[in-house]
Design a protein around this ligand. Structure first.
Ligand code: ZN
Length: 73
């Protein structure tokens, strides 16, 4: 039996999975920012316009991958 797998030279060049990211849209700054979303008790996202800190809800196992938020401060 011969396996006919397609060759992928880039398959072995990813040592660790990417960290999860939260993308936050700040309405008062009209800008998107990306923050690392790996804190168990909630990531802090700071508005680039007014400097106000907003705590994002903690991640849950049922929602893996990147998250998206829209904040109006
Ligand atoms: Zn703001």
């Amino acid at each position: 039996m011969q396996r006919d797998l397609p060759s992928n030279p880039h398959a072995a060049s990813s040592p660790k999975p990417p960290l999860p990211v939260a993308r936050v849209y700040f309405a008062c700054a009209n800008r998107y920012i990306s923050v690392l979303d790996a804190r168990p008790n909630g990531t802090i996202a700071r508005c680039p316009q007014c400097g106000r800190s907003n705590r994002l809800p903690p991640r849950t196992d049922s929602a893996p991958g990147d998250r998206f938020f829209e904040i109006a401060c």
